[in-house]
Design a protein around this ligand. Structure first.
Ligand code: NIG
Ligand code: FE
Length: 415
């Protein structure tokens, strides 16, 4: 079964199957008045109408979708979310508006530990329903693939419940979820005075069982002063790696606390946040080929410093961007919103932001061989913007710029 997206005002896409850094991050291929031919779940042609007639000819049985006035880009890949949570923290939001900081709220038992209580109390079905709600929202904003972390269970049973909720949602929903075990998101209150014991549970009990049940592809640690130290993060992630989970890490979000150094040492798939990483750490990331995943929504929502993406790009570090969707520090499912913030406050160009939210994001999830660009042979994951060129992305903000979302060749959202 063929589908032909025709009269597309602009097709805009990065190219290739690996993350792009430096000047290459901003190199976007554009085609005016283009066509994309989809066969089943795959893209089989990208080019102009004339080229299509020359190469493929007429396909009378094809379904035609007219995209005049629209731009086609690769479906967004959101490479850092905390989707399987239960409850909400709007009262903490109100406290933050009064000037009480995120870390202060966390130190008084709020924050992550508050959501851990709510998530532990929820059933698997309730948790799955919440994940599906969030995925529905993401799909409308053009996301076709996302990473999602556990980390609000902090016990064998509850971490597994979170990852199972992801698995069930993944089976039911068009968005593909790549799961990450984040058992080291915080020390649960029952081990407050025996953190070493909890770390042993993470590496000796939770990780092997999650691997046995094939519930995660990556392992993550919240490496930050007051949470997990550089040494602890290195220990947990290297043990996870031995079990076959690829490391990624919450690094240097609030202070320079060693996360980027651990990422470089273990050749993590991604080092995330990096608002407080120093020059030396950036050089280590560059040398080790780690992608920097920046989360400008978190800086916006916490009214804190933004990671300076220009510095990263100039050093040649591939940059990805993500929502960090969670109930405390960045409650959004919208990649277009993240793109607006990334270009205005982190200093990416629109073209660099497109690569960051598609190809580079897919690379951190180790799926860039099939996802992240609009090229022949790739999966037909396509986001259609209701504007005639890429330049509009990020510009008209606070509204939804998405006209249509296509996942594996099927139109899964349109308006
Ligand atoms: O990425 N930094 C740690 N974890 C999340 C916040 C989670 C929460 O507040 O519930 C983050 O910002
Ligand atoms: Fe996070």
């Amino acid at each position: 079964m063929y589908k032909i997206l025709t009269n597309i005002s602009e097709i805009a896409t990065p190219t290739g199957t690996k993350a792009k850094g430096g000047i290459k991050q901003g190199e976007i291929k554009t085609i005016k008045d283009g066509e994309i031919v989809i066969e089943g779940e795959k893209i089989v042609f990208v080019g102009t109408h004339k080229e299509r007639l020359e190469r493929i000819g007429n396909i009378p049985s094809a379904e035609f979708i007219d995209l005049k006035g629209c731009t086609a880009i690769p479906g967004f890949v959101d490479p850092h979310t905390h989707l399987p949570w239960y409850g909400s923290r709007e009262d903490e939001f109100a406290l933050r508006l009064k000037g009480i900081s995120y870390m202060e709220i966390a130190s008084k038992g709020g924050g992550i530990l508050r959501t851990v209580n709510d998530t532990r109390s929820a059933t698997l079905e309730e948790l799955k329903a919440k994940v599906i709600d969030r995925l529905d929202e993401m799909l409308e904003w053009g996301t076709t693939t996302c990473e999602a972390k556990s980390g609000y269970g902090l016990s064998l049973e509850a971490e597994i419940k979170q990852l199972q909720a992801l698995k069930l949602a993944d089976e039911e929903h068009p968005i593909e979820i790549i799961p990450t075990l984040l058992a080291a998101h915080e020390v649960p209150k029952e081990y407050k005075n025996n953190r070493r014991k909890y770390i042993d549970i993470v590496v000796d009990e939770i990780t092997p069982e999650v691997v046995r049940q094939k519930l995660a592809k990556f392992a993550d640690v919240f490496c930050e002063n007051g949470v997990f130290s550089e040494e602890e993060a290195e220990f947990i992630l290297s043990r996870s790696k031995e079990h076959g989970l690829v490391p990624r890490i919450h690094a240097d979000e609030f202070v320079n606390s060693g996360g980027a150094r651990v990422a470089a040492k273990l050749k993590a798939a991604s080092a995330d946040h990096l608002t407080a990483a120093g020059e030396e750490e950036l050089i280590l990331l560059k040398e080790s080929g780690v992608v920097a995943t920046l989360l400008p929504g978190t800086s916006f929502f916490l009214r804190s410093k933004y990671a300076q993406a220009r510095k990263f790009v100039n050093l040649g570090i591939p940059v990805a961007i993500a929502t960090d969707c969670n109930p405390g520090s960045s409650y959004t499912e919208s990649m277009p919103m993240i793109i607006t913030l990334a270009v205005l406050y982190s200093g990416l160009t629109i073209e660099e932001a497109l690569t960051a939210s598609t190809l580079n994001a897919a690379h951190t999830l180790r799926i860039a061989d099939r996802i992240g660009t609009l090229e022949e042979g790739k999966q037909a994951d396509i986001t259609v913007l209701r504007y005639p060129s890429l330049k509009h992305l990020g510009y008209h903000y606070g509204i939804n710029p998405v006209a249509m979302t296509i996942k594996k060749g099927t139109v899964v959202f349109s308006r």
